[in-house]
Design a protein around this ligand. Structure first.
Ligand code: AKB
Length: 315
């Protein structure tokens, strides 16, 4: 039986590339993109699209029935920096969309769910280096609290109602097709745009702030891989740690100056510094490697080369 997939939040940074990758794999008409606004031309012209507010259970149920959807990727969320400004809106968006999707799965209206978690589930009391899969969490940000709660609910729906929900704790994601919005790790995308447009960048994090990061191609590959893995391989029903590289703004700037020697960076840390300080420096993803053969392919220099090459061609 061919399956029909719904992406919620398809126009965002991950949603755009995930939709394109799933369409490539399953055929355009089998992957329905949805969001509260339209996305870029590449996404909009590549297959079916619905305007959908996934906080509205009835509207979501209607789309699922209409397209005979069996799998949902729930990518809509308010990220860390914006969530600090609008805590209740962040909580409502991040939690209500998750409950709507989990309840549809509990009612057997869909079979499988992907929901993204984040390194933001960790907090200031978490071991900073090689943060293990299972450790102290205690997130101190609005976004982190919503992701930590979401993980607990995913595990609960699996244990109680046998809902096949799978999740990854994404690090900061670097991509060139769609800009991120409202995150603390966004500097690692903005820097490439500014390097090409202006030859310099003012970073909102301090030069030694080390954070876990990943290039988007790796993140998409991991997402497809965890969703394809046999159900019995998925031992973690909260979310899996996932890692590729860790670097500071200074190290990222050095990787750009290696290609563009005239590039300049300066630092003006703002309120996002406090969020970054509460997150790990690096992540141990050995459990994801063990359970579904995860392995990253992009390091910092390959990421910088790919970003600059593609952004140059885009302008
Ligand atoms: C953010 O910075 O808020 C996100 C994340 C790490 O989940 N990119």
């Amino acid at each position: 039986m061919p399956k029909y997939i719904l992406i919620i939040g398809a126009c965002g940074q991950i949603g755009t590339e995930l939709t394109l990758a799933l369409r490539e794999k399953y055929g355009s008409n089998h992957v329905i993109a949805s969001d509260i606004r339209e996305g870029n031309d590449e996404l909009m012209l590549s297959g079916p699209f619905e305007i959908l507010d996934a906080t509205n259970y009835d509207a979501l149920e209607e789309v699922i029935a209409y397209y005979d959807i069996s799998e949902i990727y729930l990518m809509a969320a308010m990220l860390s920096a914006t969530a600090e400004k609008f805590p209740m809106r962040a909580w409502n968006l991040n939690m209500n969309t998750l409950f709507n999707v989990l309840n549809l799965a509990k009612e057997k209206k869909i079979n499988k769910v992907f929901w993204p978690s984040s390194i933001a589930v960790f907090g200031p009391n978490t071991p900073k280096e090689d943060t293990p899969q299972n450790t102290i969490m205690e997130p101190s940000t609005v976004y982190g609290i919503s992701k930590q709660s979401g993980e607990r609910w995913c595990e609960y729906y699996f244990n109680k109602f046998n809902v096949d929900v799978r999740s990854i704790r994404y690090p900061g994601l670097i991509s060139w097709k769609t800009m991120p919005g409202g995150g603390t790790t966004d500097y690692a995308v903005e820097i490439y745009h500014k390097a090409l447009a202006e030859g310099s960048y003012t970073c909102f994090l301090g030069e030694d702030t080390k954070l876990p990061m990943m290039f988007m191609d790796d993140a998409i590959r991991a997402t497809l891989q965890i969703m394809e893995a046999p159900e019995t391989n998925i031992k973690e029903r909260s979310a899996y740690n996932l890692a590729a590289m860790s670097f500071t703004p200074k190290e990222l700037a050095e990787s750009i100056t290696a290609v563009m020697p005239e590039f300049k960076i300066n630092y003006e840390p703002d309120s996002r510094q406090q969020i970054a300080n509460s997150w790990p420096n690096s992540i141990d993803d050995s459990i994801a490697q063990r359970d579904w053969n995860w392995k990253a392919e992009f390091d910092l220099s390959k990421t910088t080369a790919t970003m600059l090459e593609n952004l140059k061609n885009k302008v």
